[in-house]
Design a protein around this ligand. Structure first.
Ligand code: AMP
Length: 309
């Protein structure tokens, strides 16, 4: 059985679907299940997952958890029933688990690890264009189209191995990056209402009213973070997304360039990568505290470093 994280993204979907397909092609007699009930409009083009399975089946299964650093973020609780568990992840190790653990936090995506797994055992594994498309989709999305830290020669060599399987790039990129006109209006709103702190943090709070006004779900509201990227002098940018209920708190997406943000995230019920982290705050006051901390971190970074842009 394959497992991934809550609030699924292109990487955990691509890695689980890609590995599932490789294993299914290689071992057609085995039953391989990927079912956590999560849905994503954005990733629907990659196709549906399996139907839920009974707990009994899990007790004799091998579980493979991909792209999740902490057990609390695994989307399907049935992982805990599996007879053996393998962890495959590219996040900084916060919560070691699994009978076997393969963690390489310098990798640009979990999909890169699946591609590396395929490349290492290619004489024994089978792959096709569909599996490669899943894996390539995750590599592209998690690395910001091969731009982010962590991308190196190995990343591009492994991407090439996937491309060699025959990927329809035009369709894949259209599915990943075309924008709905309705969302374009929201994007315009973001640019008109972004706030800046004194030292260079760009941030926006998307509340429930705004989500209703622009017909946003948690996923499309979360895209705010990518609209805030690339503002000169703003080394850190934050998107605060109010949850659907008060208990959900306010989801925080943190991004940075040159400096790191994961320590900041870990102070507010979160964590993640050096320059891409997530957190949750539970009041407007905590939100203001986080903004102040981010502003202070940018100030200290700018004072002690040169060459940032
Ligand atoms: P996000 O902004 O939600 O896409 O998160 C960016 C990165 O931080 C992802 O790689 C997540 O796995 C990680 N992350 C997000 N939220 C949390 C959290 N609450 N705890 C630990 N890591 C997180």
């Amino acid at each position: 059985m394959l497992f991934r994280h809550i609030r699924m993204d292109g990487d955990c979907v691509g890695a689980t679907k890609g590995l599932k397909r490789i294993l299914q092609l290689t071992y057609p007699e085995k039953r391989i299940v990927l079912s956590d009930g999560q849905k994503s409009d954005y990733l629907a083009f990659l196709g549906p997952d399996d139907e839920p399975v009974a707990d009994d089946l899990c007790r004799s299964a091998l579980g493979i958890v991909i792209d999740v650093s902490e057990q609390t973020r695994i989307s399907n609780p049935q992982y805990a029933l599996c007879r053996e568990l393998i962890k495959i992840d590219h996040h900084i190790e916060a919560d070691p688990f699994g009978t076997l653990s393969w963690v390489e936090d310098w990798r640009s995506s979990a999909c890169e690890m699946i591609a590396a797994f395929y490349a290492a055992f290619r004489d024994r594994l089978r792959i096709d264009g569909q599996a490669a498309t899943y894996i390539y989709a995750g590599m592209v999305t998690d690395s910001g189209r091969f731009r982010f830290e962590g991308v190196n020669g190995d990343t591009l060599r492994l991407a090439a191995v996937m491309l060699d399987q025959g990927i329809d790039m035009e369709t894949l990129y259209a599915n990943l990056y075309l924008i709905d006109p309705r969302i374009l209006n929201f994007k315009a709103y973001v640019y008109q209402h972004v706030h800046y702190t004194e030292n260079g943090v760009a941030y926006l709070y998307v509340d429930r009213a705004m989500k209703r006004e622009y017909s946003l779900n948690t996923e499309t509201a979360g895209d705010t973070i990518s609209y805030l990227e690339g503002i000169r002098g703003c080394l850190c940018w934050l998107a605060f997304i109010e949850g659907d209920t008060d208990e959900d708190g306010i989801r925080v997406r943190l991004r940075s360039r040159f400096m790191t943000v994961n320590e900041l995230a870990s102070r507010h019920h979160g964590g993640g990568h050096a320059c891409a982290s997530g957190a949750t705050v539970y009041s407007q006051e905590e939100m203001r505290t986080l903004i102040t901390e981010a502003d202070q971190a940018v100030k200290e970074f700018k004072e002690s470093h040169t060459g940032w842009l």
